[in-house]
Design a protein around this ligand. Structure first.
Ligand SMILES: [Zn+2]
Length: 395
């Protein structure tokens, strides 16, 4: 977008928001323009951006719905709503991405990767998609920061070739469905910002509206103009929310992970998060490798094998396989998926034990049970030393 277009669109946003009873404000900390309703209970001296507010997630104290909702129930209600207002429902993509700039799908808008990066025909349909995504950059924050997971469902509406007015109509639809789900506009702050991006076809500016619900960033509405080498830039209305965060906002439990883990299991957020993401990767048929999507699989397997071996990891993996299967068609059955994860996790355990005790190396695709059988009954390994070595893979 050129500078004049940005000015025009932000002016259009100001008018659009004012018509719907939002008041424009300026953040005392970051100077960004943001909007809130006059009757809001929130502190509106600063915007809802996590770097400006205190990060306390005050939404947890807001009045709760009578009945809790599962992520898939929320997603279903959204897809029904968007279908009723003229959107098509698009199936999600496989998590392994070969068309664009990332190894794994990180957002629903990547449904356009073949158009943006491979010069395919411009699309004109407007769609709703519930796209499972993986964002590796969240991994260091999962344990320390609430509301963070490396995998999540990006629920989004996408329209290529959208006029800005059409984009704002989509924003309106989002405000409607959020309210219907019990997330009232009074409790939102909407932060406006422009950003400069480059998705590999050249720099472009985007106008974004961030929706923060009682201190929790739920999603954003972006209007993009993607540069193209051999044709005019492509406008895209890209509005995406984090489904699990929406579920947290709707259910108002203490922790984000409260409804994202099996009732009967205990463990750290890091362990549940690693299982969740591995389950998604294996469900999509990702194979371990030293680069690309297979490397991410390997990284999570290493975390599980070095710190959590022996906990309920395999039943937790099966649980998350079933979670993702509600959103994306598995390319492998559950038992085979868990077996794939098991082999990779135990490969690290076997290597650790082999290294600690100086015993013959494990074979490829050898489970820990099979390897340790071999060590004990064929190589005369001391079973007490062996058990002690296995303990080092637990925390
Ligand atoms: Zn701010």
């Amino acid at each position: 977008m050129s500078e004049t277009t940005i000015v025009d669109t932000s002016k259009a946003v100001n008018e659009f928001m004012a018509e719907r009873g939002w008041q424009g404000r300026s953040c005392s900390s970051c100077d960004r323009t943001f909007f809130s309703k006059p009757s809001t209970k929130m502190d509106v001296s600063v915007c809802g951006w996590h770097k400006c507010d205190k990060g306390g997630y005050p939404f947890r104290t807001y009045t709760k719905r009578k009945k809790m909702l599962t992520p898939v129930q929320i997603s279903t209600r959204m897809s029904e709503y968007f279908r009723s207002v003229g959107f098509d429902l698009a199936p999600p993509r496989n998590i392994a991405n070969f068309e664009g700039q990332t190894d794994l799908v990180i957002a629903g808008v990547q449904m356009f990767d073949d158009v943006i990066h491979r010069n395919q025909k411009i699309r004109n349909d407007k769609v709703f998609v519930a796209q499972p995504c993986v964002r590796m950059q969240f991994q260091p924050h999962v344990e320390s920061q609430e509301g963070t997971s490396t995998s999540f469902v990006n629920v989004c509406t996408e329209k290529m070739g959208a006029e800005f007015a059409e984009h704002l109509r989509s924003v309106d639809h989002w405000c409607t469905i959020l309210s219907k789900l019990g997330l009232h506009m009074n409790d939102f702050i909407v932060v406006m910002r422009t950003s400069v991006n480059d998705w590999g076809t050249g720099k472009f500016s985007a106008l974004e509206l961030f929706f923060s619900y009682g201190g929790l960033e739920l999603g954003d509405a972006a209007y993009l103009l993607i540069p193209q080498a051999n044709r005019p830039a492509i406008p895209i209305s890209d509005i995406g929310f984090g489904l699990e965060r929406m579920a947290w906002a709707i259910n108002k439990t203490d922790s984000y992970f409260d409804v994202l883990m099996p009732w009967t299991a205990n463990g750290t957020r890091e362990m549940f998060d690693s299982c969740r993401t591995i389950a998604l990767l294996v469900l999509c048929g990702v194979q371990v490798a030293n680069k690309g999507s297979g490397l991410q699989f390997r990284r999570f397997a290493k975390v599980l094998s070095e710190k959590y071996y022996g906990s309920d990891v395999y039943s937790i993996l099966a649980y998350y396989f079933d979670y993702w299967a509600q959103f994306i068609k598995p390319s492998i059955n559950r038992e085979a998926a868990v077996q794939l994860a098991l082999l990779e996790i135990e490969r690290f355990v076997n290597l650790r034990v082999c290294e600690t005790l100086g015993l013959p190396p494990p074979r490829s695709s050898e489970t820990s049970q099979a390897y340790f059988d071999r060590l004990v009954y064929i190589c005369n390994a001391n079973i007490y030393e062996l058990r002690k070595a296995i303990q080092t893979c637990k925390t």
